[in-house]
Design a protein around this ligand. Structure first.
Ligand SMILES: C[S@@+](CC[C@H](N)C(=O)[O-])C[C@H]1O[C@@H](n2cnc3c(N)ncnc32)[C@H](O)[C@@H]1O
Length: 221
C-alpha cells in the first residue's frame, strides 16, 4: 500500500489554488446534490480537505452529524475551524480511509468529493466494500470526480487538465500514481448503483448520486 499523499503543507493554500485553477466550478459540483441530503442524519465525509463542503452541509442540515476522515491534520483543523458553531456535530478522524474502521454506523450518507481519485481502483473497491457493510439500506453516496471522456474534448482539454492536476499532486503532495481509478466499476462491484448524475465544465466534472443496489429503484432522493 502506498503512503497517502501529504497535503499538510498546502492546506492553507488549498482554497486559493482551487480558486485560481477552477474558479467556482468545483464548489458548484460539490453542492450539486446538497438539496437531496436534508433527511440525512449520520454522514461520513472522506477527504473534504479544508471542510468547505462539510460547513455547507452542516449549515443546510441542522440535524446531521458528520464523521470527517482525512489523513491531513492541517486540513482537519481547517475543517473544524470552518464548521464554527456547528463543530460539535463533527467528529474528526485523522486516519487513512483505507485502514479506518468506521466508528459510528450505520451511515445514511457518504460523501467523497475529488478524493477517490487519490486511490487506485482496487483501493476504491476495497473501501466501497467496507462501506457497503456500514451504510443503511437507503443510504446515499455522493461522489464528485474529474472525468476524461473519449472524444475530442477529452483528448484536448480534460486529459491535459487531469494530467496537470496529478502532476501538481505528485510535486506538492508526493502522490504515487497518475491515473484516474475506475471508481464507477469499483462502486458497482461493491454493491452500489448510480442513480443520478450531473456534469459541469463540458463533462470535465461529474457529480454523482449513488445508492445501494437494492435501493436503486427507490424514487430519487
Ligand atoms: C485533493 S484533496 C480534495 C478534496 C476536497 N474534498 C475537494 O473537494 O477539493 C483530497 C483530500 O483527501 C485527503 N486524503 C488523501 N488520501 C486519503 C486517504 N487515503 N484517507 C483519508 N484522506 C485522504 C487529503 O489529505 C485531502 O484533504
Amino acid at each position: 500500500m502506498n503512503s497517502p499523499p501529504d497535503l499538510n503543507r498546502i492546506a492553507g493554500l488549498y482554497p486559493w489554488m482551487e480558486a485560481v485553477t477552477f474558479g467556482p466550478w468545483l464548489s458548484w459540483c460539490r453542492a450539486g446534490f446538497l438539496g437531496e441530503m436534508g433527511h440525512c442524519r449520520r454522514a461520513l465525509v472522506i477527504g473534504d480537505a479544508d471542510g468547505r463542503f462539510t460547513a455547507r452541509l452542516l449549515g443546510a442540515n441542522p440535524e446531521v452529524e458528520i464523521d470527517a476522515v482525512d489523513t491531513s491534520t492541517a486540513m482537519l483543523r481547517a475543517l473544524i475551524r470552518r464548521a464554527g458553531r456547528n463543530a460539535a456535530r463533527v467528529r474528526a478522524y485523522c486516519v487513512d480511509a483505507r485502514l479506518w474502521q468506521p466508528a459510528n454506523p450505520p451511515y445514511d450518507l457518504v460523501v467523497t468529493h475529488f478524493s477517490l481519485d487519490l486511490l487506485t481502483t482496487d483501493e476504491v473497491r476495497a473501501l466501497a466494500e467496507k462501506l457497503r457493510g456500514v451504510v443503511s439500506p437507503s443510504a446515499l453516496w455522493v461522489v464528485s470526480e474529474f472525468e476524461v471522456s473519449t472524444g475530442l474534448f477529452g483528448r484536448l482539454v480534460a486529459g491535459p487538465v487531469v494530467a496537470g492536476r496529478y502532476l501538481g499532486l505528485q510535486w506538492l503532495a508526493d502522490l504515487a500514481f497518475t491515473t484516474l481509478p475506475d471508481y464507477r466499476g469499483a462502486l458497482g462491484e461493491a454493491g452500489f448503483a448510480l442513480q443520478r448524475r450531473r456534469r459541469w465544465l463540458g463533462g470535465l466534472l461529474s457529480g454523482e448520486l449513488w445508492r445501494t443496489a437494492e435501493a436503486r429503484n427507490l424514487p430519487p432522493a
